[in-house]
Ligand binder design. Structure first.
Ligand code: AR6
Length: 180
């Protein structure tokens, strides 16, 4: 499913964040230390190889809502945007911290003249953020940031499971136009 906000297309797919060779940057659902981990962080660090941690770890620790950019190393993408989502029930205000992950990742991509970015559903795995509210924050933030982007033209959400994709399709379909 796709929806366009101004000049920015938001696309929803089911798949693996490490298998998106046609985008400039993939977003990592990182830990504060920017090391490998489970879920997305494990998959990204495995696919990228040890050079990714060598570059990323000295940039940490980062705080919830923060994002840093590195090279893609062994990934098919030029860059990785490492975003630390809020831990549900601990990091507050959770919705603002989660929104900051999406906003800062898109701003950083734009500052580096990137045209396409793929996100996983940040915080919805090990960090325990309930899927539907997380999806609402993610997609509303992408919509709201879209008009200010000069370079980014494709934002892809890569959902691991069919159920996650369905929730994203439902939320994207019912999202109001920007500013309405
Ligand atoms: N591609 C796309 N989505 C995936 C993939 C994949 N390869 N693997 C898992 N998901 P998580 P978080 C989905 O736990 O909640 C790590 O250990 C998954 O089903 O990766 O932000 C780090 O080291 C879920 O919907 O990220 C941190 O400590 C979503 O991606 C911590 O987990 C996010 O799940 C971060 O937790």
């Amino acid at each position: 499913m796709r929806r366009t906000f101004g000049e920015v297309t938001v696309e929803l797919v089911q798949g693996d964040i490490t298998a998106q060779p046609d985008v400039d940057a993939v977003v990592n659902a990182a830990n504060a230390e920017l090391r490998t981990g489970g879920g997305v962080a494990g998959a990204i660090h495995r696919a990228a190889g040890p050079g990714l941690a060598e570059e990323a770890v000295p940039l940490g620790p980062i705080a919830p809502g923060e994002v840093v950019l590195t090279g893609g190393h062994g990934l098919p993408n030029a860059h990785v945007l490492h975003a630390l989502g809020p831990v549900h029930g601990r990091d507050e205000p959770a919705d603002e911290l989660l929104a900051s992950c999406y906003r800062r990742a898109l701003e950083l991509a734009d500052e580096h003249d990137l045209t396409s970015v793929a996100f996983p559903a940040i915080s919805t795995g090990a960090f325990g953020y309930p899927l539907r509210p997380a999806t609402e924050v993610a997609l509303a933030t992408i919509r709201d940031v879209a008009p200010s982007l000069r370079s980014v033209r494709l934002v892809r959400m890569v959902l691991h499971g069919a159920g996650d994709l369905e929730v994203h399709e439902d939320v994207l379909g019912s999202l109001d136009e920007p500013g309405s």
